[in-house]
Design a protein around this ligand. Structure first.
Ligand code: UD1
Ligand code: CA
Length: 533
């Protein structure tokens, strides 16, 4: 066990976060693809504490469920009706002491770091609303705490505008207390060294000091910050360590701060990827979540957002204007002007421009999902291509097959979804409707405009629909005086110049009626209308 290993990390997440003006609890708002609570738990877990506790109250069940979801080993402590950060820590200590007692009963003694069934050792306390705070900073704080033999070590920083924060009070250089903005004198408000709400306490000191903290302040709350003054007055070693990089300890209280910290986190993430060998053409319009992974020599073009657990392999080019969530792309993949989620794109494949990849899309090596193509639950084999204007839903398309432009995999009968299978090396015509469930065999062809309702065996050609009818001069008769009719007349007159006498006679027979304008019926029609079709 490392010397600095804390007995517990306590994450404070019971507050309502009223300044967010949200139905969602503040700590469940997110930046960089992770909730504020998620960032706090990641940092807290990063110092390898014996126990990691989250204190909840506001929207208790939602917050507790989210915490357990992120980290199944997390302990949940409920804060009671007494408000304040100090009370929150007291409630956490109660839960931790209970757990220590249970462990002592089981083992018949106080385990390492525990004495007589109460928590002993170092306790890190941090707020759940400080998303850029990382494990390295916590480790520095723990190291200073144990190296100096402190009872209390406070993490502070110095900022240009300390408005809203608790100020660090010093006498002759030593920390003697923390005063909240609303309880501070004008002189104290001018102090720019602030409390970051991140501390290491000796558990016994914390327990004792909290016992003597009242609610005598502007908010009528039990302030954790008062522990600092109590410990100092008892003659215990209270010290502060200050972080240079104030971003790391900045808190989110409203949505302006949420966006500001989100932007800063993103700048750091994007910069780290550039330093790791990724080309980012425009960092200002590139957003990368913290859990995304990119390989060397990936190129990100402007306007690209990579979310969730998206992975991009070497030499791939993503963007411009592309949003991917939980997409895995192999090496040498091109993804242009695309929106995608839960898709897997194998090496050398290409997507877009203007594609919509919905969940369950799997594109094989060197395959293509082209322009204005939407896919969902679609397995498209290696080298297979769906180049233009097509919807592929609930389908398998075999290796090397080409799907003609403007086709629809008709997967929905109004009640149920059905699947379509197209075999390997098939060539389907443009404007095909694959009415699922249906199968097109290996090496089969279909003609343009085919509505595939029945299975097509391997190697067969399938065409559908009645033969094409041509009704000569329909436009001249039915749309006289329009630009179309005039254009047709000119073209026909030009043609006529080169026709034989017989052909000319046929033409004029067929064209009879062109001069009979105004509602006269043609032979064989009953209503002057529909039978032309
Ligand atoms: C707190 C500090 C302040 C510090 C600032 C840094 C106190 C009294 N003040 O002020 O010195 O400069 O953080 O960001 O500690 N919480 C609970 N239970 C409660 C109240 C709050 O769990 O009853 C949690 C909140 O969910 C939040 C954290 O404690 O995660 C901080 O609470 P918040 O109300 O934001 O405190 P600040 O006013 O910012
Ligand atoms: Ca705060």
């Amino acid at each position: 066990m490392s010397l600095t290993r804390p007995a517990a990390v306590v994450v404070l997440a019971a507050g309502e976060g009223t300044r967010m003006k949200s139905r969602t609890p503040k700590v469940l708002h997110g930046i960089g693809g992770r909730t504020l609570l998620g960032h706090a738990l990641t940092a807290g877990r990063g110092v390898d504490p014996e126990r990691l506790v989250v204190v909840v109250r506001h929207e208790r069940d939602t917050v507790a469920a989210h915490a357990a979801d992120l980290d199944p080993d997390v302990m949940i402590a409920d804060q009671d009706a007494v408000p304040g950060t100090g009370r929150a820590v007291q409630c956490a200590l109660g839960a931790l002491d209970g757990a220590a007692q249970a462990a002592a009963v089981v083992s018949g003694e106080g385990g390492p770091g525990r004495a007589a069934g109460v928590l002993a050792g170092s306790v890190v306390v941090m707020a759940a609303d400080t998303p850029l705070l990382d494990a390295e900073t916590l480790i520095q704080l723990l190291e200073a705490h144990s190296a100096d033999g402190n009872a209390v070590t406070v993490l502070t920083t110095t900022v240009d505008d300390p408005t809203g924060y608790g100020r660090i009070l010093r006498e002759g250089g030593s920390v003697v207390g923390v005063v909240e903005e609303r309880d501070a004198t004008d002189e104290q408000r001018a102090i720019r060294e602030i409390n970051t709400s991140t501390y290491v306490f000796d558990a016994a000191v914390l327990r004792d000091a909290l016992g003597s903290v009242g609610q005598d302040n502007d908010q009528g709350e039990v302030y954790l910050t008062d522990v600092v003054a109590v410990a100092h007055r008892s003659g215990l070693a209270v010290r502060a360590i200050s972080v240079e990089d104030s971003w790391l300890v900045e808190g989110v209280n409203d949505r302006v701060q949420l966006a500001t910290l989100g932007g800063e986190l993103n700048r750091r993430t994007v910069e780290a990827w550039m330093r790791a060998g990724v080309t980012v053409v425009d960092p200002a319009t590139t957003w990368i979540d913290v859990d995304v992974e990119l390989a060397r020599d990936v190129t990100i073009l402007p306007g690209t957002q990579l979310h969730g657990t998206t992975r991009v392999g070497e030499d791939s080019v993503v963007g411009p204007d592309t949003t991917l969530r939980d997409v895995t792309a192999g090496r040498g993949v091109t993804i242009s002007r695309t929106q995608g989620s839960d898709a897997v794109l194998a090496d050398g494949s290409s997507v877009g421009p203007f594609a919509f990849l919905r969940p369950g899309t799997r594109l094989g090596a060197a395959g293509k999902i082209g322009t204005f193509v939407e896919t969902k639950s679609a397995e498209i084999g290696p080298g297979a291509k769906v180049p233009h204007l097509t919807y592929v839903g609930d389908a398998e398309i075999g290796e090397g097959t080409n799907i003609g432009a403007s086709s629809v995999f008709v997967n929905y009968d109004g009640v149920h979804k059905h699947r379509t299978t197209v075999g390997a090396h098939a060539r389907t015509g443009s404007d095909n409707m694959f009415v699922a469930p249906v199968t097109v065999g290996d090496g089969a062809y279909t003609g343009a405009g085919t509505t595939v309702r029945e299975d097509v065996p391997p190697g067969a050609l399938s065409v559908s629909g009645a033969g094409q009818r041509v009704i000569r001069d329909w436009v001249l008769r039915r749309r006289p005086g329009t630009a179309s009719a005039r254009a047709a007349e000119e073209a026909l007159a030009a043609d006529d110049a080169g026709l034989s006498d017989q052909a000319r006679a046929e033409r004029s027979r067929a064209a009879r009626g062109t001069s009979e304008r105004g509602g006269q019926r043609e032979p064989g029609t009953t209503d002057g209308g529909n039978t032309d079709r």
